[in-house]
Design a protein around this ligand. Sequence first.
Ligand code: URA
Length: 433
Amino acid sequence: APALDCITAARTGRPLGEAAITGLIADYLDGSVPDYQLAAWLMAVACNGLAVEDTVTLTRVLAATGQQLNLRDLAPFVADKHSTGGIGDNTTLVLVPLLAAVGIPVGKLTGRSLGHHGGTVDKLESISGLHLPADAAEFTKSLAATGIGLTGQSDHLAPGDGALYALRDVTGTVDSIPLIASSIMSKKLAAGTSACVLDVKTGPGAVLTDPTATLELARLMVDIGNRAGLPTRAVISDMSQPLGHAIGNTLEVAEAVHALSGRHVPGLTDLTLALAQLIAAQAWPDHTADRIRHRLHTALADGSALAALRRWVEHLGGDVRQIDDPALLPAADVRLAVPAPASGVVHRIDGDELGRIAAELGAGRARADSPIDPAVGIQLHRRVGDPVRADEPVAELHLRTTHDQAALLQRTAAAFTVADGPATAPPLIHHTI
Ligand code: URA
């Protein structure tokens, strides 16, 4: 029986080959291989790993289980970006307009994430009136008109990955480097852009917590992309504290507006420029690194990056006055300053805990169909390494009158470790691949 052969091969670490993998996944998706056999195979792969060739085949097979979009056909060069997810990660909101401003179109299908934080879709739709493209025609129109095509992940893209992921979720096989890499890259291959940049997070709350495993994951995804015909680069970026200063949907939109206005937002601006540099190097192979850097910095400084966001928001029916003045974005009823637990220097910020608090406030969703409160969240006033006095706020909570303010204040303050002596945050970019 072919499925049994695949399980035995995976258990003994023998490569499977293209025909066997293709057959296994096809038979699973048409119901002729039962869950328990695919689960056994997944567990063997999670324990023993998977040969690179087999991982590339798995990725291609998953990509071919649904629509193949070929977004690269919509313009001479179409970029894609993917993040493995982090607290306060609004990089897409800055990167995409910046690239559009320098003439690099972006086509991207993005997650509406579960749990901690809203996804990019939620952040954008926190702008009044804004609706992301609902179908392929609107998507194409948006890309043509603004240089930006962005919408929620479609159920038709790599549906085989969705089926596999559901099984992994209940069999303890999510945390497998080849399975994560093939899952993520199958969706990138199905989108079919010209080039892709990956932001692989490291630190607490990252998809993998071990730095060595994270590096291996990033290298494997880059390898898969390049072998499968999608030029791919990656950064491994630091998530030992939240990115930038904002956690929460409208707060992150306001922060993106600041960054696009050319103001330096610690972490956010630097990460955006690093990712943009990698994409631009692929779009403009004849440019030196310095020339690329100069063009990107100029777009932030001269207002063209912000203008690209404004054009995009306008095209999507959003209220551009909220871009011109982010104070007009939907706001929470209550703002509470979170006093520093002591005087000293911020040594640590528990981003996971801040993410949980933001989610409890309503910034994220506990279930796929629960609503999001766009206005709630946490504005950080200090990052790791910053000095603070006991009477100064480390953060501000944006919440509703119905929330238990005392408990939330106490928990938020406790997420900041303030102590004597200097503290340095880890570098923002750990590796570039
Ligand atoms: N994200 C994905 O899309 N797939 C995984 O397996 C893990 C994270």
